[in-house]
Design a protein around this ligand. Structure first.
Ligand SMILES: Nc1nc2c(c(=O)[nH]1)N[C@@H](CN(C=O)c1ccc(C(=O)N[C@@H](CCC(=O)O)C(=O)O)cc1)CN2
Ligand code: MG
Length: 290
């Protein structure tokens, strides 16, 4: 039997297009006599975080957003970081501030995010912006879930009345994504690594999102034929020969034979996260001048 392969939801291509559009928008509008500005705060030397921060800063340069990022030694105190955020809140050149997560254990990320001016909250993680999402009001939206929604929209995936299952309940992805799907009239279930009968839940999904951070969590028997499968997991795994590669939470090779659409890792939601961050920064830039 010839199996029909799923169509790829190409986040990398869409992210590149969105970046080109933002670049043009920034070049042609430039109405405030300065470029938009983004400050990425990074603590310590976690190699994955350092790579993401480099990605973000490179993307800023590409589209014409000025970077005001700072890298701190792992010993930095909560007070020092809070002072930096307060200074950036006051800095007129800065439209977006984000704290790269995760932070080392001695720092309180929740308390830190609370210090960011909600109008400069490029990651959409301040309680004010999360509260606006819960209430269905406009506000800055978290980048990874916003990237998922934008990619689904691009491929005109119908959401209204559909069963969406989000596996993962993080504040960065699972919870906000569930609310965004709900706002589009999907019927939403949040499951997680402790859910009983996970396979039975995921098999009910027309739209299945893997967002736990565990390689191979979503196996082919857990996917309804014809489902749209979005893989938010980004896991670096090392194979027997010692070389490492990135995989998501979904067993891509098997699942692509039953799904209708699927996101690859890499090249799916990761690049969309960066594109949404740039977009949020430009949105703040425009709104701060209104
Ligand atoms: N403050 C935040 N921290 C973290 C977030 C976030 O949105 N805000 N998300 C993740 C990491 N992340 C951004 O920070 C991120 C992860 C991956 C990518 C990406 O483009 N991945 C590429 C592959 C890159 C590679 O080869 O290593 C892809 O998937 O194609 C961008 C951003 C945790 N922390
Ligand atoms: Mg992310």
């Amino acid at each position: 039997m010839v199996m029909k392969q799923a169509q790829l939801l190409n986040g990398k291509a869409l992210a590149q297009r969105l970046q080109s559009e933002l670049k043009e928008q920034i070049q042609t509008q430039n109405q405030f006599n300065r470029p938009p500005g983004l400050a990425v705060l990074m603590v310590g030397d976690n190699p994955a975080s350092a790579a993401y921060v480099r990605n973000k800063e490179r993307a800023c340069t590409n589209v014409g957003i000025a970077s005001f990022g700072q890298h701190f030694e792992i010993e930095v105190t909560q007070a020092e970081l809070e002072q930096t955020i307060h200074r950036l809140n006051q800095d007129e050149r800065v439209d977006g501030i984000l704290v790269q997560l995760p932070l080392p254990g001695h720092l309180d990320a929740v308390a830190l995010l609370l210090q960011i001016d909600p109008d400069k909250d490029a990651d959409g993680l301040h309680p004010t912006n999360l509260g606006k999402l819960v209430r269905g009001e406009q506000g800055l939206r978290s980048c990874t879930p916003a990237g998922v929604m934008r990619l689904l929209q691009e491929y005109q995936i119908p959401l209204k009345g559909k069963q969406a299952v989000v596996v993962g309940r993080s504040i960065l992805v699972g919870k906000p994504l569930a609310l965004m799907l709900l706002a589009e009239d999907a019927t939403v279930t949040i499951a997680h690594s402790r859910s009983q009968n996970l396979g039975a839940i995921t098999r009910s999904a027309d739209i299945l999102i893997g967002a736990v951070g565990r390689p191979g969590l979503i196996t082919v028997d857990m996917v309804k034929p014809g489902a749209v499968v979005v893989d938010v997991g980004i896991n670096r795994v090392t194979d027997g020969s010692g070389s490492s590669r990135l995989v998501g939470d979904v067993d891509f090779d098997a699942v692509q034979n039953v799904a209708e659409y699927i996101t690859p890792v890499p090249g799916g939601i990761g690049p969309m996260t960066v594109a949404m961050l740039l977009q949020n920064t430009v949105t703040s830039y425009l709104q701060r001048h209104q």
